[in-house]
Design a protein around this ligand. Sequence first.
Ligand code: TRP
Length: 431
Amino acid sequence: MAAAGSAVGLGNVWGFPTQTASNGGAAFLLIYLLMMALLAFPMLVAELTIGRYGQSNPIASLRKIWVKNRLLATILGSTAMLTASMILSFYAILAGWLIGFALAPVLALVGLDSIANWLTTFGTGRNVLLTVCFMMMTVFVVRRGVSDGIEKWSSRLMPVLFVLFLILIAYIFTQEGATLGLEMYLIPDWSHVNGGLVVNAMGQAFFSLSLGVGAMMVYGSYLGKDVNIAKTAGQVAVIDTGVAFFAGLLILPAMFVAKNNGVQIFNEVGELISSGNLVFVVLPSLFQSMGMVGEVVGVAFFVLMVIAALTSSIAMLEVPVSCLQEETQIQRDKAALVLGGLILLLSAVIAANFESLFDWVATASTLYMQPLLGMCWAVVLGWVWSRKALLDEIKQGNPEIETSLFWRIWPWYVKFVCPVAILMVFVYPFV
Ligand code: TRP
């Protein structure tokens, strides 16, 4: 459940629908589903297995496997740690907006309209302030080590978010224009498929399953030896994909309904305007169209999203914190505070230079670094780790695995197919 909580976040509700809408709809959805099944899922099993074997932070876990090349293992682990921090630095800005949208209706209700307005209007001041709030929440949870409590809450609340999605989907289809969105989402137009789309789909799949940066290794190290890793990974991937699919089923139709209601979604050439902002324009307009009920639903939705984002952000911060804590013997408390502060500083720089930095940091860390690091883990697992040791590890919690179809395919698949496939996706646009 904790790993599912880390996986479900803004990637599902903001990243996936935005990417789908800006990459032509159904064609992206299909390539994304392929990427999930063929690359992200096998890599999730790989990361969880490495982590459980290592029983430690990602740097130490990698070193335990790559005994002969401890230096390289340390360098790769540290790169993962830095990438996780980079992801958190832009994620916190987005998550801050969620806080703004959760607070605004309440403030408006008690007459503080101008503050409510400020909180929901793009601006450096508000971006920085809300990012600080979100980072403080993240650091608070990681410092106290109260992640357990948060996970329990989130496993209770995430089903509520899911039901809310279903209700909103039912509502949106009573509105004019929704079927246009449904068509875009489900009827593929293959002319949209190109190298760029495939790279985007792969990056989105890696982001959504929190792969590449060691977060899933940390979660793997928390798994008991009686846990069936392949099954757990399967459940996480299905829950994560399900939430993303339903988010798309809501947001694409909602885009066209909003357009029908006079909100500008496309420019004259038919391209999406300000795609990063899309969800934050479409959803409030949806809630507004529902009248008074919409206010309540809107607050509930954004509060739940803040919690979903928090279960993701603690997973990101946990990566550098666990490394620093175990590598330097510094206390967890201090490690969380220091690293949280440094990452917040980076966030503030990004927020202050939003136009020039935000997309760059998000693209570099998620689209490129996550799959490339994933490729390194595939190489470590396939070429460095002995097959016998790997089997011994994955057998625990699943004694019959040796004779299963999974074991006949997966080790070979991760060794040969995954690294080549990831590389090919990157090279393809250039050939
Ligand atoms: N998967 C999360 C989402 O979809 C984001 C996330 C959590 C993440 N932990 C991560 C992304 C670690 C990369 C690395 O929102």
